[in-house]
Every structure is written in C-alpha cells, then in structure tokens.
Design a protein around this ligand. Structure first.
Ligand SMILES: [Zn+2]
Length: 242
C-alpha cells in the first residue's frame, strides 16, 4: 500500500455510506438464503428420495432468486439515491443550486438497477442451488440427515452474499454519482472546470490504490478506462468532485 494521505470528510462520508448500505443488503441476502434453506428443509424432513430432493431444490432455488432479486433491486435503489444525494451536496458546495428536476435522468437510469439485480440474484441463487443440491444428494446417498446438510450451505453463502452486496451497492452508487453530475453540467457549463478525483478505501487492492487521488475531467474516464467500484467485484472505491 502506497503512502495514504489523510481522508477528506467527503471521502470518509462516501466510504461510510457504501459500507452501511452494503452491510444492510448483505444481512438481507443472508436472510433470503435462510428462507430458502428453511423452505427446502420443510419439504425434506421425512426421508426424501432422490427425485424429491431434486424437485425441492429447484423450487427453493427459484424462491431464493426471486427474494434476492427484490433485495438487490432495493439495495441498488438506495445506493443510487445516496449517490445522487452526494452529487447534490458537492454541487451545493460549489455554489450551484441543484433542484431535483435537473436530475430528470434518474428514473431513466434506475431501470438498469432492475436488470442488474435480476442477473446478480439469479447468479447467487444458482450458486446456492448447485451447492445445496450436491450436499443434499450426497447426504441422501450416505443415509445422513438431508436437512442438516442443506443447513450447512448457509455458512458458505455468507461470504458470497457479502461480495454480491458490496459489488451491487458500489456500482449503483458510483454510476449515479457520476451521471447526476454529468447531467448537471448540461445546465451549468462551469462544472466542466471541475475535476473528478478517485478515492480508495483504506483496504483497497493494489490496482485500485494505483488510482487513488487520480484526477480527470468530469466526463472523462480514469486511466485504462477504469471506474471506481467497477474495477472488480467487491470494489468499494468512489470518486469526489473537486
Ligand atoms: Zn481494488
């Protein structure tokens, strides 16, 4: 890790917001997995045969996909609002009034959250379904408790839920933060004299840390086309306007 300059208040607030929203989404995703496990186990309690196990796991996987889709869509929406709110605050600090009607693109951009949420939820549900089905079939074969083996998937899913939450929250937040300011720049050309500066969390990886403090024009990409929060999954960098 290169020398870290002290974080500005803005940077700390952004990092805190991302952390808070990610934690909330992760908790909810863990609940969604619990729900799928409980639902599967309610149907697996009495000596299930192989065919029954497979049918139950397909249904439980679909349940998880639907629930996680709602959770991620809500999380992304909250993150998008937080990103917009941050843009408003930064613009006010520049002395530019920013009434919400200027952010008319918000609703148009927000539909992307539904698509991302669906894709991400299906991926998470698919991972769980594969893992839980394998565990259940193995238990059935070895004449062990099938519900107990399905229950053990909860622990393994916790880190995947966390990864999904951080990735989705961070991407929605950063996308809206950038888009809202680009939209405002159409109204206030003076904004084009401002810079967008990359800001890393303290535990950022080497790739992200190499961007820390990098400044570009407000509608330019950072070097290599990288964007904060979009370099890799679990990325939690952000940007600030200076
Ligand atoms: Zn990184």
């Amino acid at each position: 890790m290169p020398d870290k300059k002290p974080r500005s208040k803005n940077e700390r607030v952004a990092a805190g917001t991302l952390l808070l929203l990610s934690k909330k989404a992760k908790r909810k995703l863990v609940d969604d997995v619990d729900e799928a496990v409980n639902s599967a186990n309610a149907h697996l309690a009495q000596d299930p045969d192989r065919g029954h196990v497979l049918r139950v796991m397909v249904a439980a996987g679909a349940l998880l996909g639907a629930r996680a889709g709602v959770t991620i869509a809500r999380g992304r929406r909250e993150a998008r609002l937080a990103g917009q709110n941050r843009a408003f605050k930064e613009l006010s600090a520049f002395g530019l009034p920013f009434p919400p009607q200027y952010a008319s693109g918000f609703l148009e951009r927000a539909w992307e959250d539904e698509v991302h949420a669906l894709t991400s939820a299906q991926s998470l549900a698919g991972q769980w379904q594969a893992m839980a089905t394998q565990a259940a079939l193995r238990a059935e074969r070895l004449e062990r408790s099938v519900p107990a083996s399905v229950t053990r998937t909860k622990r393994l899913m916790a880190s995947r839920a966390e990864r999904t939450a951080i990735t989705e929250i961070s991407q929605a937040y950063n996308a809206e933060h950038k888009a809202a300011v680009e939209e405002a720049a159409k109204k206030y050309p003076a904004l084009r004299d401002r810079k967008r500066r990359w800001s890393c969390m303290l535990d950022a990886c080497a790739d992200c840390a190499s961007h820390d403090g990098e400044e570009v024009g407000i509608d330019e990409s950072f070097s290599g086309g990288d964007e904060p929060g979009h370099v890799h999954v679990r990325g939690a960098c952000s940007a600030e306007y200076v």
